[in-house]
Ligand binder design. Structure first.
Ligand code: HMG
Ligand code: MG
Length: 302
């Protein structure tokens, strides 16, 4: 088994985690969460999105969040941007990194962003132009990389095609999202291998939702194939508002615990991230979905 010596974690809890909450989360709670995740050692914390507040009201205060977080040098605070209007918001908020997002299935792309996959790329063109002008780094997301809640199974070749377009367009990394968390290790490996024919492995990230409890197994399987960047959400928060029934991303605490056990470096302090998760869960009035967070509860309370 060959595993990477070091893994880079991208904390997506403040965006992917909170975008699905029934009630909007106050700016104060978001800022406290992002600052705590930075203090826990994360080098990338996805802070929000500049999308339509009619579509995702939970992200409507991203401009205020970006104005108030403590931006630690060397830490990236990417925000999701679907179109030129979102890019204007990101520029005004002085964001240094954005993420564009599309899908490998037409039906999900339309439900999520009201356009076809081709149209999503047409929207990205002015966004990329502005990113270059303002010196912003751009990450790319592909959703529904294993299956779509509307179209069913998705062919790895389709994921590879969309990923290659994002990479060719100038994304420094392509994050592959199992949006509804249905993938199992062999399927994820097959999908990654197809993408790796078109995008260098070191430019690929895994973004696993944990609906069927397969995330850790999927991460381990694709790490063996040379993938060393993973998106995780503190406390296992979240889901996508346009993928009914999908649960949160793999919990940051769960991934950190597994990486610690494997002796793989990642730079995140387990107790500190678990405390950040405990506090945001208290603010939301819920229990963490992360098993490791649950296991650490008594220790943190002591
Ligand atoms: P649309 O309705 O087609 O847009 O939405 P439009 O250009 O026709 O504009 C309609 C209205 O939206 C106008 O306002 C615009 O001003 C406004 P009105 O005149 O009606 O008052 N508008 C905006 N407002 C703020 N910011 C903007 C913006 N753009 C238009 N950027 C749009 C198209 C993409 C905007 C919409 O579909 C949308 O916001 N969708 C939200 C998608 C989203 O955030 N999904 C969740 C994130 S993706 C995800 O979770 C998956 C991921 O985690 C990976 C994985 O797990 O798979 C990344
Ligand atoms: Mg997601």
């Amino acid at each position: 088994m060959t595993l990477p010596r070091r893994v880079r974690l991208v904390e997506v809890g403040p965006r992917d985690g909170l975008q699905n909450e029934a009630r909007p989360v106050p700016v104060d709670a978001k800022v406290a969460l992002i600052d705590a995740l930075t203090a826990a050692g994360h080098a990338a914390v996805e802070a929000g999105s500049f999308v339509s507040p009619k579509w995702v009201p939970q992200m409507a205060n991203t401009d205020q969040v970006m104005a108030r977080i403590e931006r630690k040098p060397g830490v990236a605070y990417p925000v999701l941007v679907p179109n030129k209007q979102g890019m204007n918001g990101a520029v005004e908020a002085k964001c240094e990194e954005i993420a564009v997002f599309t899908a490998a299935s037409e039906a999900f792309c339309r439900k999520n962003t009201n356009c076809s996959i081709d149209e999503s790329f047409e929207r990205f063109a002015p966004v990329m132009e502005a990113a270059q002008k303002h010196g912003m780094r751009v990450r790319g997301y592909v959703s529904t990389v294993v299956a779509c809640p509307y179209d069913g199974k998705v062919a790895p070749a389709k994921v590879a095609e969309v990923s290659a377009r994002l990479f060719a367009m100038g994304c420094y990394e392509v994050s592959l999202g199992d949006t509804i968390g249905v993938g199992t290790p062999a399927e994820c490996v097959a999908m990654i291998e197809a993408v790796a024919e078109k995008v260098p492995r070191e430019k690929i990230a895994g973004h696993f939702h944990d609906t069927y409890g397969q995330s850790l197994a999927n991460i381990l399987a694709v790490m063996e194939r040379g993938i060393a960047v993973f998106d995780t959400a503190v406390a296992g928060l979240g889901g996508c508002p346009y993928a009914k029934g999908a649960s949160g991303n793999v919990g940051t605490e769960d991934v950190v615990y597994m990486l610690n056990g494997l002796g793989i470096e990642h730079g995140v302090d387990l107790d500190a991230v678990a405390r950040a998760g405990r506090d945001i869960c208290a603010a939301l009035g819920r229990e963490p979905a992360s098993k490791v967070a649950q296991a650490l509860k008594a220790k943190l309370a002591a």
